[in-house]
Design a protein around this ligand. Sequence first.
Ligand code: GLV
Length: 338
Amino acid sequence: MVLNKPSIYVTRKIPKIGLELLSSHCDITVHEGAEPPDHKKILSNIQGKDGLLCMLTDKIDAEIMNASRKLKVISSFSVGVDHIDISQATKMGIYVTHTPGVLTNATADLAFALMISAARRIPEGDENIRNNNWKGGWSPDMLLGEGVYGKTLGIIGLGRIGSALAERASGFKMKILYNNRKRSRSKEKKLNAEYRSLEDLLKESDFISLHVPLTVETHHLIDNQKLKKMKRNAILVNTSRGQIVDENDLVDTLEEGLISGAGIDVFSSEPLPRDSRISKLKNVVLTPHIGSATHHTRNLMSEISVRNLLKVLKGENPFYLFNPEVMKVKSLSSIKMF
Ligand code: GLV
């Protein structure tokens, strides 16, 4: 028997499919603004809630978790969970779920698009036409770039998205190198990928794409020293998290022409500040953190994030639990609300 419906705070208006499902089981408070709620707002709205459905733009720290003594589950509408203090959640017996899997293809598509866009200077061509700067028609030396077909792609982090990128690259007959915490012979075979140390991967690749989660170990993984190891014609692609690259070092390297270009979807500070140095550069292609931004993917993320949350409140295993150790702190059966 359900005495009270679970009470949930949702920090952004997510696609209808998830909100309708959630509201049929729970009392929900949805943040309606076009901008994310600030910390103070989350703090006041989380009071008395059983669950939180949050975005990667929300910093979910101990203060927030302590603001509701009833909080049982934090469901993130994202694959990355670097915005959540996971060890604190585990300590407090709070289940943290996320949405990997459903955004793999959309993000790998974008990484590949950034690679080609930066290599073939597509945004510069578009800008030239729109600004009436296309003079003289076809020209033998206009907007010369790099080819992609048959080149060497270095993938740092051969997880779901990195592997999906390798699949795409094989259609372009690229040589695929990878670096990963753990070497996987089965993936090497399946994806026709060769393992390299990080240093060798940086030295040998024409394109380098980052697919590691943001952790203490990966923060500024790509800095001045690593950038210096890359080829002069190299193009760096980042669709993971901005803080994995030292953005100032990247801008210095691009300004000095030590690498050829970059395709960047994620930044150390989002939205990108108006005076950011990176947006002044010609040899970069920039997108505003849209790796998973397809209608289909966002609908799936909405549904999965809600189903994850409902599963926990039903005392069942969620589809994607990020902190399984939490089960030793609090059992699912002790959470069960309906
Ligand atoms: C996007 O960056 C995500 O983590 O879902």
